[in-house]
Ligand binder design. Structure first.
Ligand code: ADP
Length: 250
């Protein structure tokens, strides 16, 4: 498709029903998750999802900083989402901006509904998400990475939190938007699911769609989350399964 400039609107859906990168409307981008990617964190995960590359590190339960956030009955969950200055093609201004603060907040709130925080009063569970390369859907990739990192750190949780953005582009309801679809499409709707209960713990929408389209999008998103859930569980199995004793030549 070539480069996409502001005036250069791409064809978001071909007459054959294919998207800018050749995917069908209900197809995810390729996703690879590595649990335990960092040595010094209590838990970590690296997610490569389409052209997104996102690292998450988890510390805790540990002492609360700043101290005034400490809660007597449960752990406080703190999240810091950051986009590296080199993560996007237009140079991003480094440091905390409103978007990063908002994403950090919604991710921390999503985890409050699955982490058993009451088991660790007066402590903090700290989640760091670093976006190294961004191509839309980074809050979802961040949630997925943080979820696997929390499990890797041994933090007790009701469930993992798979997440994906659904939306509308070229008139169609589509799963897992990439940058061109996010920029030039009609709607973007990131969501996170608790698979075992079916509850949604993050749901945001930009753009426009009808109620029927929203219902279709939610179903598509739940289906997408269930696919990602399998990849998340496999990443944890790969990390913790004991390699069978060397058989060949033993
Ligand atoms: P998400 O990454 O969760 O989809 P947004 O919808 O806010 O969040 O952003 C969509 C995409 O736009 C990002 O994934 C990234 O590729 C790009 N983007 C976001 N913020 C910036 C920025 N400050 N500079 C350049 N590109 C950005």
């Amino acid at each position: 498709m070539g480069s996409v400039g502001a005036k250069d609107v791409p064809v978001l859906l071909s007459p054959e029903g294919l998207r800018v990168d050749g995917r069908r409307v209900n197809e995810l981008r390729p996703i690879k998750i590595t649990a335990g990617a960092l040595k010094h964190a209590d838990g970590s995960a690296f997610v490569e999802w389409g052209q997104n590359k996102v690292m998450a590190a988890v510390y805790g339960p540990r002492e609360v900083h700043p101290r005034h956030l400490q809660q007597n009955t449960k752990a406080v969950i703190q999240c810091k989402y950051n986009m590296a200055a080199f993560s996007v093609d237009e140079r991003k201004r480094p440091g905390l901006d409103r978007r990063s603060q908002e994403i950090s907040k919604v991710i921390a709130e999503a985890f409050e509904s699955v982490v058993f925080a009451e088991e660790f009063p007066r402590t903090s569970i700290d989640i760091y998400i670093e976006v190294l390369q961004a191509n839309a859907g980074t809050r979802c990739a961040g949630l997925v990475a943080a979820s696997v990192a929390l499990a890797d750190a041994g933090i007790p949780m009701a469930d993992l939190l798979p997440a994906v953005a659904v939306g509308k582009a070229g008139g169609a309801i589509i799963l897992d938007l990439k940058k061109e679809e996010d920029n030039f499409g009609e709607a973007d709707l990131p969501m996170a699911l608790v698979p075992q209960s079916g509850r949604l713990v993050l749901l945001q929408m930009e753009g426009h769609m009808t109620r029927d389209e929203l219902a279709t999008a939610l179903d598509l998103g739940v289906q997408g989350c269930r696919g990602i859930y399998e990849v998340m569980k496999q990443a944890l199995r790969d990390r913790y399964s004991v390699a069978p004793a060397a058989e060949a030549g033993a």
